[in-house]
Write a protein that binds this ligand. Structure first.
Ligand code: SF4
Length: 88
């Protein structure tokens, strides 16, 4: 069985996971929060998030994150562990 077959979003309206408009605007923000609440209860959230981060830019809420949040995760992963700046 594929991890996608166990996602709680299969029981929800798919539109909930694809909010229209920016994440911080009215209805879109409400939809984003509701979708994230479903993801928080999902047994495959970790696998889902890993897939979405590896897949590159994908629309919608996956693994409890927006594309903007995943972009930030990718950036942090690409940078590796925090580096300390040294004086020249
Ligand atoms: S984490 Fe969210 S988007 Fe991913 S399978 Fe679960 S409910 Fe669906």
């Amino acid at each position: 069985m594929d991890w996608r077959d166990r996602g709680l979003c299969l029981r929800e309206d798919p539109d909930l996971f694809f909010p229209v408009g920016s994440a911080d605007s009215g209805l879109s923000a409400v939809q984003t929060d509701e979708a994230k609440a479903v993801c928080r209860q999902c047994p495959v959230a970790e696998r889902c998030l890993a897939w979405a981060v590896e897949a590159g830019p994908v629309e919608g809420i996956w693994g409890g994150t927006t594309e903007g949040e995943r972009r930030a995760l990718r950036r942090r992963t690409a940078l590796g562990p925090a580096r300390t700046m040294t004086a020249a």
